[in-house]
Design a protein around this ligand. Sequence first.
Ligand SMILES: *[C@@H]1O[C@H](CO)[C@@H](O)[C@H](O)[C@H]1NC(C)=O
Ligand SMILES: *[C@@H]1O[C@H](CO)[C@@H](O)[C@H](O)[C@H]1NC(C)=O
Ligand SMILES: *[C@@H]1O[C@H](CO)[C@@H](O)[C@H](O)[C@H]1NC(C)=O
Length: 155
Amino acid sequence: MMNANGDKSGLKYMGDGYYQDFIMVILKGVEIAMERILTIFTTIDFSCNKFEGHIPKSIGKLCLLHELNFSHNDLTGHIPSSLENLIKLEALELSWNNISGKIPEQLASLTFLEVLNFSQNHFVGPIPRGKQFDTFQNDMYNGNMGLCGPPLSKK
Ligand SMILES: *[C@@H]1O[C@H](CO)[C@@H](O)[C@H](O)[C@H]1NC(C)=O
Ligand SMILES: *[C@@H]1O[C@H](CO)[C@@H](O)[C@H](O)[C@H]1NC(C)=O
Ligand SMILES: *[C@@H]1O[C@H](CO)[C@@H](O)[C@H](O)[C@H]1NC(C)=O
């Protein structure tokens, strides 16, 4: 997930030779059955665990990551601005944690971001504007008493 210069010739699947791997994954909120796993399939789903502490800055090194789901944990601290380096990110789900502080402006530079859910945290301050942030509905910010600015009605 860190090596952007890896060999991309042809379709590669995880494992060598014969294998059978069947997993159910949730992509952008939709449950999908995968029978073979492409190496370009880069997603992290740590949802519904008991992880606590801060989101590590080093997550920002996973520049090939397409989806990140930390929903339903006990994460605290701020969103590291290093997440702006996840330039392939299509879905960022942080709902149901105790993450605080402002939503970094830098996240507005993630032009592939299609699904975002920051509900049920302790975020404060104005929601970033522009680009993808103009497409997210206000219920993606539910349960954050300190957030303000569009798309919320609170000034
Ligand atoms: C993240 O995980 C939760 C719980 O498993 C799921 O309900 C949600 O749809 C996932 N979010 C995305 C963006 O896939
Ligand atoms: C998360 O916040 C809730 C409500 O503010 C609190 O009851 C709970 O103890 C917090 N959990 C952690 C891990 O900080
Ligand atoms: C956002 O997360 C909340 C809490 O997990 C969930 O109720 C809501 O359906 C999610 N919204 C979308 C559009 O996925």
